[in-house]
Design a binder for this molecule. Structure first.
Ligand code: SF4
Length: 390
């Protein structure tokens, strides 16, 4: 009963499927499970990839039945998991499926995620031929001790090779780096930032190591994890000096290299989530697909959908979420737009909450307000003030 009601909720969002939107496709496989990871991913057993691809076809068929035609994508993002666990042959099948059900006539960005140990020259050639424009590489660190401690399968040489080959193949390349790692001095952190920039990436995403309860380390925390406030602050100081503008709390980019797909999340644009464990957002409805491969397959085979959770975000909660997501970015909140969307009462409430935040955390501009660098460093305490439930 519960699943049925989620499907009905989801079907209510169908009108959002006919305009160009963002599409996220989750590939739920990795070569091994990192101890800090709680994403929906597992090491594939024999037959799992074929099962996944055939279930994905059922989901795409269900969605296009609902929308009455192919899904018009503005941005497409294939993430995971580790999409490079799929061989080029499996990628061919995946892309053939997408071409059958997704209309790329209005596409502005097509990204894939890759991990250094499984990214091959064959992937790069195939992606170039099939119109992929951007690769986000899970570098995490360019220090071998840190990579070993994280349980990653690649070393710094493999990470360098993956970035260099991707840049040389003409892709717009982003690299992820993590801070708060055991033994990671500021000097080591600086070396990773500098080296990654010198390899030719146009974008970096920086993350504090966090231990979700569902991860192995969440249950059995290792020694040496620390709050990386000073590392983050260093990146905020250093990266703009070499041309990387901080356009979002965790994102730094050279001019013109923003992630359009991620901007869709922060702008609360429609995002269709495909695959096990994928999240989507359609006209105010946030939903999640079944994270287990078997559950996902059974659901899409019987109904064309695998939605196991959905919630409608409206009223005060929507205003609160919209303010927080806008403040994540350097553009901040457009105050007139906020007022038009949510009314003068909620705008007054927003201004009152913001007035309680220290001056050095906010930058007031004509018609908008954004976080300063200091504000981005203490964003979690700011969100606490802006999380309204009623
Ligand atoms: S490679 Fe990424 S998705 Fe896979 S287990 Fe490690 S952190 Fe999780």
């Amino acid at each position: 009963m519960k699943v049925t009601s989620h499907i009905l909720d989801f079907e209510g969002g169908r009108e959002g499927l006919s305009e160009p939107l963002s599409v996220y496709l989750h590939v739920p496989f990795c070569r091994s499970k990192c101890p800090y990871c709680s994403f929906a991913s597992s090491v594939p057993r024999s037959g799992d990839v074929a099962l996944y691809l055939s279930a994905l076809e059922s989901e795409l068929a269900g969605l296009t039945r609902l929308s009455g035609g192919s899904l018009p994508a503005r941005t497409l993002y294939i993430g995971g998991g580790t999409p490079t666990v799929l061989s080029v042959e499996e990628w061919t099948r995946l892309m053939d499926l997408l071409d059958r059900y997704i209309d790329r006539g209005s596409i502005e960005e097509f990204s894939v995620e890759a991990n250094p140990e499984s990214l091959s020259d064959g992937h790069l050639r195939f992606w170039r031929d099939r119109g992929i424009s951007r690769i986000s590489i899970g570098v995490q660190s360019l220090d071998d001790d840190e990579l070993r401690w994280l349980g990653r399968l690649h070393d710094s040489n493999e990470a360098r090779r993956a970035v260099i080959a991707s840049v040389a193949s003409g892709f717009d390349v982003s690299g992820d780096l993590m801070f708060g790692l055991k033994g990671q001095t500021l000097r080591k952190w600086h070396r990773s930032l500098k080296a990654l920039a010198e390899l030719g990436v146009g974008h970096m995403s920086l993350y504090q190591l966090t231990l979700d309860n569902d991860s192995f380390w969440g249950k059995k925390p290792p020694e040496g994890v620390f709050d990386g406030y000073s590392h983050y602050r260093w990146a905020q100081w250093y990266l703009p000096r070499i041309g990387f503008d901080q356009y979002e709390i965790a994102s730094f980019a050279l001019e013109g290299h923003w992630s359009l797909h991620n901007l869709a999340y922060w702008n609360r644009d429609n995002v269709v989530g495909l695959g096990p464990g994928a999240w989507g957002y359609l006209n105010g409805l946030r939903y999640e697909n079944d994270p287990s491969l078997a559950g996902y397959r059974d659901s899409v085979r019987s109904s064309g959908f695998a939605v196991v959770y959905s919630e409608r975000i409206g009223g005060v909660a929507e205003a609160s979420e919209s303010a927080i997501l806008a403040l994540r970015t350097k553009w901040g909140i457009d105050l007139d737009g906020f007022c038009r969307r949510f009314g003068s009462g909620l705008k007054a409430r927003l201004l009152k909450c913001l007035s309680e935040i220290p001056d050095n955390c906010l930058e007031w501009r004509k018609g908008s307000v954004a976080l300063t660098r200091k504000g981005m460093r203490v964003a979690n305490s700011i969100w606490e003030r802006l999380l309204w439930e009623e």
